[in-house]
Design a protein around this ligand. Structure first.
Ligand SMILES: [Zn+2]
Length: 510
């Protein structure tokens, strides 16, 4: 690999990388794909097994209806067409953690094809990446190579994962850079999480990705020979592995060699890929239609039923939230990062805009004066989220509930609560694990809303700062903020901000 140091940006720029991705996604069904065993990560080894997923002679598979519904949902969410009649096939190969000697998969008639996902390109413009197909299959068990006293000489087999329902999502070779790979995977995961068909937990192997990478001289008509980088367990590592692989292949070609078709493994500690096995000859899996399963028919009516549970997807939701709540694109992106977070925001935002719950006097008063989803977004993103992070909590365990968020946003928006006081109250919520309304009622700062008291303080500040008064009266109106700050300090943060603002300008203008 001595050539790598010589790969300059100029040399790299002569080549066009071409990348396609194969993503395996475990479905969150209650039971496995073809038997009644529980579909659950972990567990005592070889306890989630039965004659069917162990591949014992005579045991017959029965297709899990929920797995089909999840596959259809995932496929529709990435704009695939559903094939009404798809066929399961046997993919024959021997591997110790696959006791049947074959995998039930789909081959020439997958359940879905011709989809796409939009990703931002280098300039941030949307670029459409084709999805060739989405097909259903089953997962294999696991070979356990370490953790036992005799692991040096033995490998153990855990078949709990055997028969877990999967979808494999194969992209077109439309990706052109490691960054596009990263974006594609990020979007795909976000979409799948929204549909709820998988938890996409990469550490537990719920989402796994292989990348097919090749390079060709720019302007060439034919793709170069591809190498497959297998089973990298984070998007960042995949981006690094693809970058490494591009440079490695360019190095081979620049040295006058040729790229070998093979599978390679990423070693994160060393930051490089290693040859795993040659793929000089395409595998002969001897596919044939699975004789123990009839063709799968997902008719129009069933499709309609399934699609009733397809939620609004992230891209559409962002656009709608920007329009509906007047929030920034940046805030919308953060708020829609997960469906749960977006739901939480919208639940609170609708409360801000709608009638307050009966009997809550402070809410009843405030809802008339303040309706700012924008303020709510700011409080969620810049006040509560960082406090949750520091406390090591997620939103589910936040001491500040939806109602608390609404009250905080309303008080801040109406000016009844200065940002300093808001921060103090939120700190107390987290210290004492109490919701905002309770803390507010108890610790409610003695806010000074008496105009004459505030005017007295303004007079004091004006008298002490003749230079700034001169600047203001000379036309530099922004200096009023200085006076507001000074009076706020004098009042120890208790002056009513809205009233204070109004009075400062009045005094300075008089
Ligand atoms: Zn089973």
């Amino acid at each position: 690999m001595s050539t790598l140091t010589e790969i300059t940006p100029e040399i790299l720029a002569k080549y066009q990388p071409v990348i396609g991705l194969e993503v395996h996604v475990q479905l969150l069904t209650a039971s496995k794909a073809f038997c009644g065993c529980v579909n659950q990560y972990g567990g005592e080894p070889n306890t989630h097994v039965c004659p069917t997923c162990l591949g014992l002679p005579g045991a017959l598979p029965v297709l899990n209806r929920q797995a089909v519904e999840f596959a259809v949902l995932a496929a529709k969410a990435i704009h695939c067409e559903i094939r009404e009649t798809s066929v399961f096939s046997r993919k024959n190969y021997f591997y110790p953690d696959s006791p049947k000697g074959y995998q039930i998969s789909q081959f020439d008639k997958p359940i879905a094809e011709h989809g796409w996902i939009d990703v931002p390109d280098a300039e941030g413009k949307p670029k459409r990446i084709g999805v060739t197909r989405l097909h259903m299959e089953e997962d294999a068990g696991k070979s356990v190579h370490d953790g036992f006293a005799d692991s040096v000489s033995r490998t153990y087999i855990d078949l709990n994962r055997c028969g877990t329902p999967l979808v494999e999502i194969v992209s077109e070779p439309d990706l052109r850079s490691p960054d596009e790979v990263f974006e594609y995977l990020t979007r795909l995961k976000e979409i799948l999480l929204y549909t709820g068909v998988s938890d996409c937990n990469m550490e537990e192997g719920s989402l796994r990705c292989d990348a097919n990478v090749s390079v060709m001289l720019k302007g060439a008509k034919e793709f170069g020979t591809k190498a497959e980088v297998k089973n990298v367990n984070s998007f960042r590592y995949i981006r690094a592995a693809v970058q490494y692989e591009i440079e490695r292949q360019v190095g081979v070609l620049e040295d006058g060699g040729r790229v070998v078709q093979e599978s390679r493994l990423w070693n994160n500690a060393e930051g490089r890929t290693f040859s795993m096995r040659s793929k000089e000859q395409a595998h002969d899996y001897r596919y044939f239609p699975e004789p123990d399963l009839p063709p799968l028919v997902v008719g129009a009516q069933w499709q309609v039923e399934i699609l009733k549970s397809l939620p609004e997807l992230p891209e559409a939701r962002r656009a709608r939230m920007i329009a509906e709540y007047g929030i920034s694109a940046q805030d919308a992106a953060t708020l829609t990062a997960t469906r749960e977070f977006a739901d939480r925001f919208e639940k609170a935002a609708k409360k801000v805009a709608a009638n307050p719950p009966a009997g809550n006097q402070s809410l009843a008063t405030l809802a008339r004066t303040a309706k700012s989803p924008k303020r709510l977004a700011a409080i969620m993103l810049t006040e509560v989220t960082p406090r949750l992070r520091v406390a090591g909590l997620d939103w589910k365990h936040s001491p500040v509930t939806t109602l608390g968020l609404v009250l905080a946003a309303d008080l801040a928006e109406s000016g009844d609560l200065s940002s300093k006081m808001l921060k103090q109250l939120l700190d107390i919520c987290f210290e004492k694990n109490e919701d905002f309304p309770a803390v507010y009622e108890r610790e409610k700062p003695q806010q000074i809303s008496d105009a004459s008291a505030i005017e007295k303080m303004i007079d004091e500040v004006i008298a002490a700062n003749p230079k700034q008064v001169e600047q203001y009266r000379g036309g530099k109106k922004t200096v009023s903020a200085f006076f507001v700050g000074q009076v706020m300090r004098l009042s120890k943060g208790h002056a009513n901000p809205a009233l204070l603002n109004e009075l400062v300008v009045k005094k300075l203008d008089s």
